[in-house]
Write a protein that binds this ligand. Sequence first.
Ligand SMILES: [Zn+2]
Length: 81
Amino acid sequence: MDLIDLIVVETVNVCPFCGGALELVENNRYVWFGCRRCMRYVKRDKREVVKRYVDYRKKRFNWSGMMAELYQIYVAFFSLC
Ligand SMILES: [Zn+2]
C-alpha cells in the first residue's frame, strides 16, 4: 500500500481484543478497518463497500452503517484466529 495516500481516522469503536480505539485507514482504492495495537486489519474494496451505504436519491452516506459492518467483519474474522 502507498503510505503517502493513506488517510487514518480513529473511530468510536473499541477493539474487543485489547480495548484500544479502532481505526479506519483508506486510500483511493481500499479501506482497512482494525486495530493499530493488535496490528490486525480487515481490508475491503472501497468502492464496493461505500456504494452499498450511499443513498443516491437522498444524497446521504450511511457512515454508521458502514462502520457497524466493518466492525462485525473485524470481530468475526479475528475471533476465529
Ligand atoms: Zn486491539
